[in-house]
Design a protein around this ligand. Structure first.
Ligand SMILES: NC(=O)c1ccc[n+]([C@@H]2O[C@H](COP(=O)([O-])OP(=O)(O)OC[C@H]3O[C@@H](n4cnc5c(N)ncnc54)[C@H](O)[C@@H]3O)[C@@H](O)[C@H]2O)c1
Length: 341
């Protein structure tokens, strides 16, 4: 059945991959991307779908109540998927305020719009970081949906706050919500200040590869397409009011990822430099995805060994995309595209 979906934050890494996935799979769906294009949003990422008649891009902030209500009136969406967020832990340590505005207040504005205009499903894209971290010497421990929230950074605290608000809107107003909490993603269109794309870009330019502390922190890596497929399943078949963890049982130490990238690109490990650790750096994240597997049949399809090769190849084939970002020139792109319209 035909549906209209508002995807917020769709000019960012995961949101753009989700838009590509949905437009390809559901040729009768209308997808509206609502994104205010912060430093992390890049309109050129959405070029492949800009001319698709089922797609519309709207440059507004989720914190702007009038703009969000206007969009709901115009489009009468069936589903909203909220990817829009300030997403970088390091930036949240330097300037928490914008994280509170976008990640908490923005989420509330979206849910108020859902209440006011009615919606079939309001899906909140959250993160495994809301559970805090696990000790390195307890590989038997994993985050389940029942693990208590125990955040470490302003970023994860703002995401956890949004999750609590979403669940409260369900309980109080009966809003049809779902939440997904995913582990670290990697893949095409990942902003080049995050670990994997940063290391690929620096290695290609023979620049130092800065690794926090000793690089022993463990993350559970998931290929971005697998995350998008999981959200697709949740918004269509997930139970209302439920939280679903998404992860690939693919734990890797940061240092080992950097070494794999060096090997794949034929670069020496001597490029690796150890830098002062992040404040409050979480040691290990590990998701137990049993619930989404048992209820919705979801399983990750891309193994890390294949996904990292595909990702590196993508960065080799799309140098212009990330070089434009590194130079800062991409921020003029919207002006160039829309300045005279
Ligand atoms: N990247 C990961 O590994 C990961 C893992 C789990 C969960 N998540 C969550 O997934 C979501 C997307 O993450 P990402 O890595 O694609 O982030 P990203 O930083 O690449 O993209 C965020 C997008 O949101 C937009 N945005 C920011 N503030 C906005 C606002 N006020 N109004 C409208 N748009 C706004 C930005 O312009 C950008 O396009 C986030 O909610 C994040 O918490 C990310």
């Amino acid at each position: 059945m035909k549906k209209t979906i508002i995807v917020t934050g769709g000019a960012g890494f995961i949101g753009s991959n989700f838009i590509f996935h949905m437009l390809k799979k559901y040729t009768d769906y209308r997808i509206i991307c609502l994104d205010c294009l912060t430093y992390a949003g890049n309109l050129s990422t959405l070029m492949p779908v800009m001319d698709n008649t089922n797609f519309r891009f709207v440059k507004e902030s989720i914190t702007d109540r009038d703009a969000v209500y206007k969009l709901f009136e115009e489009e009468n969406p069936d589903i909203i998927v909220n990817f829009a967020a300030e997403s970088h832990v390091d930036r949240s340590i330097h300037n928490p305020e914008v994280f509170l505005d976008t990640n908490i207040k923005g989420t509330a504005v979206l849910m108020d719009a859902c209440r006011k205009y009615g919606i079939q499903r309001c899906h909140q894209v959250s993160t495994d970081e809301v559970y805090g971290d696990l000790p390195l010497d307890r590989p038997d421990l994993f985050f389940t949906e029942d693990t208590p929230i125990h955040t470490s950074s302003p970023y994860s605290s703002s995401k956890a706050s949004a999750d609590l608000l979403v669940l409260a809107y369900h309980r109080t107003y009966n809003l049809p919500v779902t939440i997904s909490r995913c582990s670290n993603n990697y893949g095409p269109y990942h902003f080049p200040e995050k670990l994997i794309p940063l290391m690929i870009a620096n290695a290609l330019n023979d620049r130092p590869l800065p690794v926090y502390g000793e690089g022993l922190n463990v993350r559970d890596w998931l290929y971005v397409e697998d995350h998008c497929k999981a959200i697709d399943l949740i918004i269509h078949q997930g139970r209302i009011g439920e939280v679903y963890n998404i992860g690939g049982h693919n734990e890797m130490r940061n240092i080992d990822i950097v070494k794999i990238i060096c090997k794949e690109l034929g670069k020496p490990e001597s490029l690796i430099t150890y830098v002062t650790d992040r404040k409050g750096h979480d040691m290990r994240y590990a998701i137990d995805p049993t619930k989404i597997h048992n209820e919705l049949g979801w399983l990750p399809e891309t193994k890390f060994a294949d996904g990292i090769k595909k990702t590196i190849q993508w960065y080799l084939d799309n140098k212009e995309w990330w070089e434009t970002i590194i130079s800062g020139e991409y921020q003029n792109y919207y002006k160039k595209m829309y300045g005279n319209r």
